[in-house]
Structure formats: C-alpha cells, structure tokens
Design a protein around this ligand. Structure first.
Ligand code: FES
Ligand code: FES
Length: 161
C-alpha cells in the first residue's frame, strides 16, 4: 500500500500527514486531527454526517481519499464557529427543535453554510435540495428547513459572513 505525504490546510492550520492510498479524509479528520464534528454515520456516502467544505465545495469526507486533498483548504464545523450564519443557525436549531440526538447536525450545518456562501437567499426548494444528502432520523425535516429559513430572513439586509 503506497504511502504519501499529504499537505493541506484544515480550519486555517497547515497540516502534513503520511497516509496510505486507502485512507479517507474522514479518517484523518476524526482520528488524527481530532475534528470530531465530522461524524461517521455510514462510511459509504449515504448520510451526509461527514460533510466538509473543500476549496469552497461541499464534499463527503468518507468518500474522499485524503491523497486527493493534497494542497487543498478543508473546513469542518470546528472551523466555522466564528461564522455569524452558523451562530444564528445554532440558535434557530434550538428555537425550532431542529436537533434531537444531534448526530446529523454538524453535517447539516456545514451543508447549509456551503449553500449560504453561494446563495444567501435560497428558496425552500433550494434549501431542501441542499440538504437532500443529509439524513436525520429524529426530527423530520420541516423544523430544520424552518430553522434555515429563519436564518435567511434574519440575515437578509444585514451583512452576512
Ligand atoms: S459517513 Fe459519509 S455519507 Fe455517511
Ligand atoms: S437529530 Fe438525530 S439524526 Fe438528526
């Protein structure tokens, strides 16, 4: 199994790691770098709990070989904790009872942040579409979508981040 040095920037920090060709970005983020907001719901691309942003694009870290991320900028939920939209989203998730066990919530937050970065005023359909890959077994999806709509309403007219 060929090993390689991978350099990447994670949440604003430069990292250099020796990894095998089978190592996923999810393995590295959780087990080597301790970013435990990256969950492991299925390990096979079916739940969205491992979502991260790579060079501005939403990606599933369980399906991403870490060797492919060499030279990239990776952001997990830990890297978004200064973001106004994430803070507003956390409040609205509480307000709307949009999280129960919370296992899906970090991936949802990352997916919503990726959406709002590209489209600050998404419609309900666009929000649903953006969250289509994120499975929640607790709440149903309406409270989650309503929480995002409240954040969009709150941030419209104000400077976002
Ligand atoms: S753990 Fe990656 S999609 Fe489920
Ligand atoms: S809050 Fe439990 S899976 Fe979403």
């Amino acid at each position: 199994m060929a090993s390689k040095i991978v350099n990447m920037r994670v949440n604003g920090r430069d990292e250099a790691l020796v990894v095998s060709s089978l190592t996923t970005l999810q393995d590295v983020l959780r087990d080597k770098l301790d970013y435990t907001s990256v969950k492991d719901g299925c390990s096979q691309g079916g739940c969205g709990s491992c979502s991260v942003i790579i060079d501005g694009e939403l990606r599933l870290s369980c399906l991403t070989p870490v060797q492919e991320v060499h030279g990239s900028e990776v952001t997990t939920l830990e890297g978004l904790n200064q973001s106004n939209s994430i803070t507003a989203l956390q409040s609205q998730f509480i307000e709307k009872y949009a999280a129960q066990c919370g296992f899906c919530t970090p991936g949802m937050m990352v997916a919503i942040k990726a959406l709002l970065d590209k489209n600050p005023s998404p419609s309900r359909d666009e929000i649903s579409e953006a969250l289509a890959g994120n499975i929640c077994r607790c709440t149903g999806y309406l409270p989650i979508i309503e929480a995002v709509e409240s954040v969009v309403a709150e941030m419209s007219g104000a400077a976002g981040d």
